[in-house]
Design a protein around this ligand. Structure first.
Ligand SMILES: [Zn+2]
Length: 257
């Protein structure tokens, strides 16, 4: 047998045996879990209200929990667990343990867990160390993006797009404003909202939920801008009902002659 085959065989045995061993272990050993109720935990340091909990291997009738050599409590009902507050113990390193009593009189010990209890002030400081930089970065980004959005909005106000002008729609595509009916490029600073973007129209400045539309539709809307403007201010106003009636009367009078 050459070495390569031997290594492969050993690997195969290892792959087969390790999960079996692991699953066998979870069935018959007591595992101690430490869960946070309210408080701080990070890098082996905890502060606040926590729960000691174990699995319930067959045969275990009660579990006693310890912090160092002090009994925190005994639970005789699965799920075996007990709550504690780190503030009731000295600041510093502690060993958390769990011991299960078996129906046949034997005991089962969970692998102990090490934690350093920190004071509320220290945990607050540690939390600040984590969150202050995150919040600062987020705040800077919000101010930056907000500023850029305002700047772009001002620029589009200063250079209004002429009616009917062909325009370029960027990567985010163009949309038609439901308020004024004019097409505009969707902005990167618009808020993504599921089906569309909550975006600000370059022309009327109003915000609405808009979806990217095909170019043909946008071009049609560009052309419609001119047409709408023509029908609006420049053209002769529509005759009223009364005027139309009088005109019909006049027409009929002349045609009789
Ligand atoms: Zn608009």
């Amino acid at each position: 047998m050459n070495t390569r085959r031997l290594v492969r065989l050993l690997l195969a045995v290892f792959v087969l045996v390790v999960p079996l061993a692991a699953s066998a272990q979870t069935d018959s050993t007591l595992e101690l879990y430490v869960r946070r109720n309210v408080g701080y935990s990070g890098a082996g340091e905890i502060q606040g209200s926590f729960r000691l909990e174990t699995n319930a291997p067959p045969g275990v009738v009660s579990v006693t929990f310890y912090i160092d050599d002090t009994v925190v409590g005994t639970d005789a009902e699965a799920p075996f667990r007990v709550d504690f507050d780190t503030d009731n113990y000295a600041v510093g390193p502690h060993t958390l343990r769990a011991e299960g009593a078996l129906a046949d009189g034997g005991t089962l010990s969970a692998a102990p867990r090490q934690f350093s209890f920190v004071s509320a002030a220290d945990s607050w400081r540690a939390a600040q160390d984590i969150f202050v930089p995150i919040f600062s970065v987020a705040l800077v980004l919000i101010v930056l993006f907000g500023g850029l959005a305002v700047f772009q909005a001002m620029r589009s106000k200063a250079n209004p797009t002429p009616l009917g002008a062909l325009r370029k729609y960027g990567l985010l595509g163009g949309a038609i404003c439901p308020k004024c009916g004019r097409p505009f490029s969707r902005h990167w600073w618009g808020l993504n909202a599921g089906l569309g973007k909550f975006d600000r129209c370059d022309h009327c400045g109003k915000w609405s939920l808009v979806r990217a539309l095909p170019l043909a539709q946008l071009r049609a809307a560009e052309a419609a801008e001119l047409k709408n403007a023509g029908e609006g201010a420049g053209a002769v106003p529509e005759p009223s009902k009364e005027e139309r009636l009088r005109k019909q009367l006049d027409d009929s009078r002349y045609s009789d002659n």
